[in-house]
Design a protein around this ligand. Structure first.
Ligand code: AMP
Length: 459
C-alpha cells in the first residue's frame, strides 16, 4: 500500500500542523512519489501538471531545508510567467506561515524594478521569479546567489518554449554547483533531457503511469456515408470546437487538399507534410505551438516533429493503414492525465481495417452518423494568438526579455497578452493575443530595442 499520509515524512511538526490546518489530508500522487526523494536532498525530475499538487511538493522541500536564521537567499524558483510565480510565492508563504520571519520575494518582468531593488536590499530567503528579470538583477549585482542551496525549475517545458534556456543557464552559472535541483515539467521533450543533463546530478525521475494517460483518451468513430471527407472534418471541428487539433491524413496530396479546403472555409488551419519547404514547416509548427493556428493537417511522417503537450482533439480524416499508426496518432491527445478526444472517420472500404482495430479495443466500435449540416452556418473560431516575426535575433543580442519589455512597457500591452517567444540567430518570433496584434506591430516597428530599430511583420 502506498504511504499517503504526510506524517510518514520527515517534516517538522510545525509544517505538519500547517498542512492539517489547510486540510491537506493525504499526499497527492506526485507528492507521494517526489517528496521522499526531495526531502532526502536528491535532484528530482517530476512530470507534473498544474493541479497535481506539484507546488506543495517543492515548497515543502524548500521549507524543510530552510535555515531561517541565515538571512541569505537559499532557494530560487524559476517560472515561465508572472502569474505562476505569484501563485508559487503565495503557496510558499502559506505553507511556511509557521516559520517566523521567513521572507519570500517575487522578481518578475512586466512590472517596474524599483520596488524589487528595494526589497532585494532588505534581503530574502526565497526568490520566485521569471528568468529574464532574475538574470537582470543578477547582472546588475543586486542579487547574490552564492549561498543558494535549492534551485527549482517550474513548468520547465514552458520556459524552454518561451526561449528562456540561455537565461536559465546564466542564472545557474551564478550559483554553487553543490546544490539540490528540482525540475517540474508537464511534458518530456528531448530539450528537457538536455536541460536536466546540464543542471542536475543523478536525478531521480517520477511521473504518472502511462496507463493513466491512455485511459483518458475517448475514441469516437463516425461514418462518412454520403458526406465528403472535407465536409465531415469541418462538421466535427464545429461540433467539438477544439483549441488545438491535429487532423491526420494518409497522403501528402489529401493533406494539402484538406488544409486548403479548411482555410477557404475560414478555419485556422495549416498543412504539414514532406513536400513543403523546411522553413514553411518550421513556421507552421511554431504557429501551431504558440496558438496562432488551431488546426494542423498532417501526414504521419511530418507529425513526428510535433512536440505539443495540449492537443484536445485528434481527427483521423483517413483511417491509418495499420493499428500501430492509429494508436500512435491518438496518443497525441490526452497526454499526462489531460483528457483527450480522438475521432476517426471511416467509410465502407475501411471495414477490414476497423475489424483489426477492434481487436485492440475493449469497447465495441460504434459508427455514429455525422453532426447536422447546420453547424456549418456558424463562422469557425479564430486562433487566439497571432505570430509576429522580428528582423533581429541572437546576433543582434536580442533576448526574450527585451521583446517582452518593449511590448509591456508602460502597460501598453498586458504581460498576459504576450505568448511564446522563439529566438533564432537573425530573427525572432513572438506570439501576442489577436486583440493586441496591431499595437504590438506598431511598438515593434517604431520603438527601439537594444538601442536600435527593427522591422516586424505578422506571419
Ligand atoms: P498545484 O498543482 O501546485 O497547482 O496545486 C493544486 C492545488 O491543490 C493547490 O490549490 C494546492 O493548494 C492544493 N493541494 C496541494 N497539495 C494538496 C494536498 N495534499 N491535499 C489537498 N490539496 C492540495
Amino acid at each position: 500500500m502506498p504511504v499517503t499520509d504526510f506524517a510518514a515524512l520527515a517534516l517538522a511538526p510545525a509544517l505538519l500542523s500547517t498542512l492539517q490546518e489547510l486540510n491537506y489530508q493525504q499526499m497527492t500522487p506526485i507528492q507521494q512519489q517526489s517528496l521522499p526523494a526531495i526531502l532526502a536532498g536528491k535532484d528530482v525530475i517530476a512530470q507534473a501538471q498544474t493541479g497535481s499538487g506539484k507546488t506543495a511538493a517543492f515548497a515543502l522541500g524548500m521549507l524543510s531545508a530552510l535555515q531561517v536564521k541565515r538571512f541569505r537567499i537559499q532557494g530560487l524558483v524559476l517560472c515561465p510567467t508572472r502569474e505562476l510565480a505569484e501563485q508559487v510565492a503565495k503557496e510558499l508563504r502559506t505553507l511556511g506561515r509557521s516559520i517566523h520571519n521567513i521572507k519570500v520575494l517575487t522578481l518578475c518582468g512586466g512590472v517596474p524594478s524599483k520596488h524589487q531593488i528595494l526589497s532585494l536590499e532588505h534581503g530574502a530567503h526565497f526568490i520566485v521569479g521569471t528568468p529574464g528579470r532574475v538574470l537582470d538583477h543578477l547582472q546588475q549585482q543586486r542579487l547574490d546567489l552564492s549561498e543558494l542551496r535549492m534551485l527549482v525549475l517550474d513548468e520547465a517545458d514552458r520556459m524552454l518554449d518561451m526561449g528562456f534556456q540561455d537565461e536559465v543557464a546564466s542564472i545557474a552559472a551564478a550559483m554553487p554547483a553543490k546544490r539540490q535541483t528540482l525540475l517540474f515539467s508537464a511534458t518530456y521533450p528531448d530539450k528537457i533531457e538536455q536541460l536536466a543533463a546540464s543542471l542536475m546530478q543523478q536525478p531521480v525521475r517520477v511521473s504518472v503511469s502511462s496507463s493513466q494517460a491512455e485511459s483518458s483518451i475517448e475514441q469516437q468513430f463516425y461514418t462518412l456515408a454520403s458526406s465528403s471527407r472535407e465536409q465531415a472534418v469541418m462538421l466535427l471541428l464545429q461540433q467539438v470546437q477544439p483549441a488545438s487539433c491535429v487532423v491526420f491524413c494518409n497522403t501528402k496530396r489529401v493533406t494539402q487538399q484538406l488544409a486548403d479546403a479548411l482555410q477557404q472555409h475560414g478555419f485556422s488551419a495549416k498543412a504539414l507534410h514532406g513536400d513543403l519547404e523546411q522553413k514553411d514547416r518550421d513556421q507552421t509548427l511554431l504557429q501551431f505551438a504558440n496558438k496562432s493556428a488551431r488546426i494542423l493537417v498532417a501526414t504521419d511522417v511530418a507529425a513526428r516533429g510535433l512536440d505539443i503537450s495540449e492537443l484536445d482533439l485528434v481527427i483521423n480524416a483517413e483511417l491509418a493503414h495499420d493499428t500501430d499508426t492509429h494508436t500512435h496518432r491518438i496518443g497525441r491527445t490526452g497526454r499526462a492525465g489531460a483528457k483527450g478526444l480522438a475521432i476517426t472517420l471511416a467509410d465502407s472500404k475501411d471495414e477490414y481495417k476497423l475489424s483489426l482495430l477492434q481487436d485492440t479495443l475493449s469497447e465495441p466500435i460504434r459508427l455514429q452518423p455525422l453532426p447536422a449540416l447546420s453547424l456549418l452556418q456558424q463562422a469557425p473560431a479564430q486562433a487566439e494568438m497571432v505570430t509576429i516575426q522580428i528582423q533581429g535575433g541572437k546576433k543582434q543580442k536580442l533576448r526574450p526579455a527585451d521583446i517582452v519589455g518593449a511590448l509591456t512597457r508602460d502597460q501598453q500591452i498586458a504581460f498576459e497578452d504576450v505568448g511564446k517567444i522563439q529566438l533564432h540567430d537573425l530573427w525572432a518570433y513572438v506570439a501576442v493575443k489577436r486583440s493586441a496584434a496591431k499595437k504590438a506591430l506598431q511598438i515593434l516597428n517604431h520603438d527601439k530595442m537594444k538601442g536600435r530599430n527593427f522591422r516586424a511583420w505578422q506571419l
